[in-house]
Write a protein that binds this ligand. Structure first.
Ligand SMILES: N[C@H](CCC[C@H](N)C(=O)O)C(=O)O
Length: 282
């Protein structure tokens, strides 16, 4: 039976099993990811993060992400902060800022002297085919938001791809937002062919929002980094949130700082925590 060393980490309670696949052999094809994700009989996590070597010029590491349901996905913002802390703690790099290749692009996490992590999360995309989102005939392609119908209900949603798909609903109060009903329903909605992460955003003021996220493949999490990025981008495009300034994003697990202006990369800043290291056989 192969043994595997791992670290348990989290970003504001969004938690991860992190595996160094640069110094140990790890084949995802045979890994019982859903079993390991179980919070009673496994390690317990929202996502599994895999650190890989990169042969690409200018790229320091590869970064693969699997949700608790076993689905492989394109991006994980809280995971990116844990990624740079992990490779630093493990002695895999002596750089403060690293260049990381994910399934859908390049991100640049930087470990700051104060222990917080700043990540350049790249540019958001909005075209329906990029989200992806199935347009209805007559819908305006460049719209900032779309009306999505669910059963006898409908909601206005802003759609943002941060490497992974996000739908953001602007609500009056996150505490009584329809997180479970709309979050779960949109995973099987025909207009989201690759499912979607669903954010519920309350705008406190132009530099402060509250957010809850029902994550694709994991359910509601304590925090979602790409979800926080998507919410600020949606808020800026709706004219409700400050453009080009740090915006406080308060999630159930804590606070991130996000900044974005039209045409630029999204910047995210927040903590990353190592909880314990472990070893298992499988
Ligand atoms: N559930 C997401 C992946 C993890 C994103 C989240 N944990 C973050 O911090 O960005 C998806 O299926 O696209």
């Amino acid at each position: 039976m192969p043994t595997l060393k791992f670290s348990k980490m989290h970003g504001l309670g969004n938690d991860f099993m992190v595996i160094d696949a640069t110094r140990q052999t790890f084949d995802t094809a045979n890994a019982p990811i859903r079993e390991w994700a179980d919070r009673h009989t496994g390690v317990g996590f929202d996502q599994l993060l895999i650190v890989e070597s990169s042969q690409t010029e200018g790229v320091d590491f590869g970064y693969r992400i699997f949700n608790a349901d076993g689905s492989e996905v394109e991006q994980c913002g809280n995971g990116a902060r844990c990624f740079v802390k992990f490779v630093t703690e493990q002695g895999l790099t002596d750089k403060q800022e690293i260049v990381v290749q994910t399934a859908k692009g390049i991100i640049k996490p930087r470990l700051n002297d104060d222990g917080l992590v700043t990540v350049n999360m790249g540019q958001p995309r909005f075209a329906p085919e990029d989200v992806p989102f199935v347009l209805r005939s007559g819908e305006q392609v460049g719209a900032v938001s779309y009306i999505v119908v669910k059963d006898l209900d409908s909601a206005e949603m802003s759609l943002v791809n941060m490497g992974n798909p996000h739908a953001v609903m602007w609500v009056g109060n996150v505490d009584d937002a329809p997180v479970e009903s709309w979050g779960a329903a949109l995973q099987n909605h025909q207009r989201f062919p690759q499912k979607v992460n669903v954010g519920f955003m309350q705008v406190v003021d132009k530099n402060h929002i509250k957010l809850r996220v029902y994550e694709r493949g994991a359910g509601e999490t304590q925090a979602c980094g790409t979800g926080a990025c998507a919410a600020v981008v949606a808020g800026v495009r709706l004219g409700a949130v400050a453009s080009g300034e740090w915006v406080r994003v308060v999630l159930p697990g804590g606070e991130l700082q996000i900044s974005w202006e039209e045409g630029s990369d999204v910047m995210m800043m927040g903590p990353a925590v190592t909880v314990f290291s472990g070893e298992l056989t499988y």
